[in-house]
Design a protein around this ligand. Structure first.
Ligand SMILES: Cc1ncc(COP(=O)(O)O)c(C=O)c1O
Length: 284
């Protein structure tokens, strides 16, 4: 079955899903996006993702002509039209189409695209052995808290992981430390405490990060939000990444060095299982 895209008010087959070559999303990456995981044909944390989409648009001063309820409705309709089961919906909003000029054009209508995409869950092998990652200098901008369409530094980082035959990267920001994964938030566990960097312009406020913190309290773990240095992360008992796609995933090797016992540990497993319990309650 051909996938159905929502584009500016219309549902069209993927083969007819086009936007203008003058769209500012194409010319400047001038827009924001979200991705939501559907499990068992039901969205997980849809409202939270839509809230963040609206907030990201607000921060870059795109005035949305859709209400929160309308965006939720469009997402659900896109899921239904695609018979979505265990997959993602991507929601992309650009400032719209206009003759190229950097500053905001007047009377411009934002472009909205929603489309489905097969979920890219970690392979069974990565789940069983844990992820191998490398650290990279963080060359991203100073607004990593916005889910911006312009993700060139992330694209290069993810390609570097592929080139080095590892599963992912950790961004190491000069003077700030290890801030997050290539497209995920980072946690480590040591001495009965879960650590993660605090919210700041250097990290993305992942919806999964928030859920994992909630789940950690539920599991009676102490949580501390603090700046993380590479040496302390390397000395952790366990390291994990969290995102809509990865859920909670153990990291067992950083820059060729084993973390803890070098195998996925019980804390990551407990957090993942409890997180998945929330998914079950919401979607099954
Ligand atoms: C850089 C970065 N950090 C964290 C996340 C995790 O966000 P979420 O949990 O909302 O999927 C993402 C997701 O795309 C990301 O790109």
């Amino acid at each position: 079955m051909e996938r159905i895209f929502f584009i500016n008010g219309h549902f069209v087959p993927a083969s007819e899903a086009f936007i203008s070559a003058e769209d500012r999303g194409f010319n400047f990456g001038d827009g924001v996006y979200e991705v939501v995981h559907w499990y068992n044909s039901q969205p997980f944390l849809l409202e939270e993702h839509i809230d963040r989409l609206i907030e990201s648009a607000h921060v870059i001063r795109i005035e949305l002509p859709w209400t929160k309820d309308e965006l939720i409705e469009i997402a659900k309709e896109t899921a239904l039209k695609n018979n979505l089961q265990d997959d993602y919906i991507y929601m992309q909003i650009s400032r719209g189409k206009a003759v190229r000029q950097h500053s905001f054009p007047v009377n411009i209508k934002p472009t909205l695209v929603m489309n489905t995409q097969p979920s890219a869950k970690p392979s069974d092998e990565v789940r069983q052995k844990g992820a191998r990652v490398i650290t990279l200098p963080d060359i991203r901008w100073l607004h990593c808290d916005i889910k911006a369409l312009s993700a060139l530094a992330n694209v290069l980082a993810k390609q570097a992981a592929k080139d080095h035959n590892v599963d992912d990267v950790l961004y190491d920001r000069s003077g700030v430390g290890i801030v997050e994964g290539g497209s995920s938030n980072i946690f480590y566990f040591k001495d009965n405490k879960l650590m993660t960097p605090p919210l700041s312009p250097y990290i993305f406020p992942g919806i999964t990060r928030g859920k994992v913190i909630e789940v950690a309290y539920e599991c009676n773990f102490e949580v501390e939000e603090k700046v993380l240095s590479l040496p302390e992360v390397l000395e952790a008992e366990e390291v994990m990444l969290a995102s809509t796609g990865l859920e909670v995933l153990s990291v067992t090797e950083i820059n060729g060095r084993k973390i803890g016992a070098g195998v996925p540990g019980p804390i990551a497993y407990k957090l993942w299982q409890t997180y998945m319990q929330h998914v079950k309650e919401a979607c099954y």
